[in-house]
Design a binder for this molecule. Structure first.
Ligand code: FMN
Length: 187
């Protein structure tokens, strides 16, 4: 059964106010691209038991209890429908060596999973890649359509980290690495 995404609509303006116009796409890209992120590959197994996946930098933590994360996936993504159908996915957070993997999973290549090392996650069967600093297996908790993307909210059912690896960073359209000499922990 495919989970239907709820639709997130704009808050209606007061009776006498017109909604303000949106910024153009380039401004949106410049502004949001200035928010430095990591890079993940979101994966699943489709109904035909085939692995599917896409590069996704739009992920964030949502809730501690229950443990929820969010991944924003384009409605044009071929992987999205499989996740909505199976209700399971994995988020693979790429390590500093993962730039080629990021480019591969952002491409339309048919043989993505033949070109990387991976294994089925023990809880969901979703592909877990090797070049990661961490991964999470999730059960789909909710899906909300917002504009041309769908917010996939996943409840973590498994996760692990590689403490000795550094992450791949992404900022203003370029890949980067974190300096080893980072500031003291925030908490
Ligand atoms: C660094 C990077 C970050 C990306 N982040 C996202 C994202 O957050 N959400 C998304 O839907 N697509 C994102 N993409 C684009 C998808 O990876 C790309 O459209 C992919 O081909 C979709 O694959 P699919 O159609 O097989 O699912 C990103 C691409 C790159 C290179």
């Amino acid at each position: 059964m495919t989970l239907q995404a709820h639709t997130l609509t704009a808050v209606p303006p007061d009776d006498f106010t017109e909604p303000l116009p949106s910024v153009d796409i380039q401004t949106f890209r410049f502004v949001m691209g200035s928010f430095a992120s990591g890079v993940s590959v979101v994966t699943t197994i489709d109904k035909q038991d085939q692995p599917r996946g896409l590069t996704c930098s739009a992920i964030c933590s949502v809730s501690l209890d229950p443990p929820l994360l969010l991944s924003s996936v384009s409605n044009h993504s071929g992987t999205l429908e499989s996740i909505l159908t199976t209700g399971k996915f994995a988020v693979n957070i790429l390590g500093s060596q993962g730039q080629a993997v990021s480019q591969l999973f952002a491409s339309g290549a048919e043989d993505k999973f033949e070109r990387v090392s991976w294994e089925p996650g023990p809880m969901t069967g979703s592909p877990v890649l090797q070049v990661t600093v961490a991964h999470a297996e999730c059960e789909l908790y909710n899906a909300v359509e917002a504009g041309d993307h769908t917010l996939l909210i996943g409840r973590l059912v498994s996760g692990s980290t590689e403490q000795d690896r550094m992450p791949l960073a992404y900022w203003r359209g370029s890949y980067g690495r974190l300096d080893q000499e980072t500031a003291p922990r925030a908490s």
